[in-house]
Design a protein around this ligand. Structure first.
Ligand SMILES: [Zn+2]
Ligand SMILES: [Zn+2]
Length: 135
C-alpha cells in the first residue's frame, strides 16, 4: 500500500467500514477532518483507479463501496428516498455455481443491487395516486 495522506486514510476507512455503499455527502458527514470537496473527489478517483474501492451509479447518484470484504454484498436501493439497505440473504450462490460451470469462470465474489421503491415510499405513492383518483 502506497503512503496515503491522513485525510485519504480517513476517507478510505469511512468507505470500508460503512455497512452500505456511501455517497460523497455521507462521506463528508462522517469525516472528522473537514477537507475541501474536491480533495474528497480526487481521493475517490485515486482509490477507484487503484482498486481500493468501487463505485456504482444508482438513479444518477454515485455510491462508493470498499473492496476489503472481497466486494461481496447485496443491497436494496430506493430511488425515491435514496436509501440503501443491505440484506444478508445470499440468493445467488446456486446461480454462481451454474455460471462457473457454464462459462468456465472462477467467480470470486459478487455484488447485487436491486433498485425500486421502499415500503414507506410505496405507501406515499399509493396515497398520492389514490387522491388523484378521488378528485
Ligand atoms: Zn424510499
Ligand atoms: Zn452473496
Amino acid at each position: 500500500m502506497t503512503k496515503l495522506t491522513p485525510v485519504r486514510k480517513e476517507i478510505l476507512s469511512v468507505i470500508e467500514h460503512a455497512e452500505v455503499p456511501v455517497n460523497v455527502s455521507s462521506i463528508m458527514d462522517s469525516l472528522v477532518s473537514v477537507p475541501n470537496i474536491s480533495t474528497v473527489y480526487r481521493a475517490l478517483d485515486y482509490f477507484e483507479q487503484n482498486q481500493y474501492i468501487h463505485s456504482i451509479s444508482l438513479s444518477g447518484m454515485r455510491f462508493y463501496y470498499g473492496s476489503s470484504h472481497g466486494g461481496h454484498g447485496h443491497f436494496l436501493f430506493c430511488r425515491e428516498c435514496r436509501e440503501l439497505i443491505k440484506f444478508d440473504d445470499c440468493i445467488v450462490h446456486s446461480l454462481q455455481k451454474k455460471l462457473q460451470k457454464q462459462y468456465q469462470y472462477l467467480i470470486s465474489s459478487h455484488v447485487l443491487f436491486f433498485e425500486g421503491l421502499c415500503g414507506d415510499c410505496r405507501k406515499l405513492k399509493d396515497k398520492k395516486s389514490n387522491s388523484i383518483f378521488k378528485v
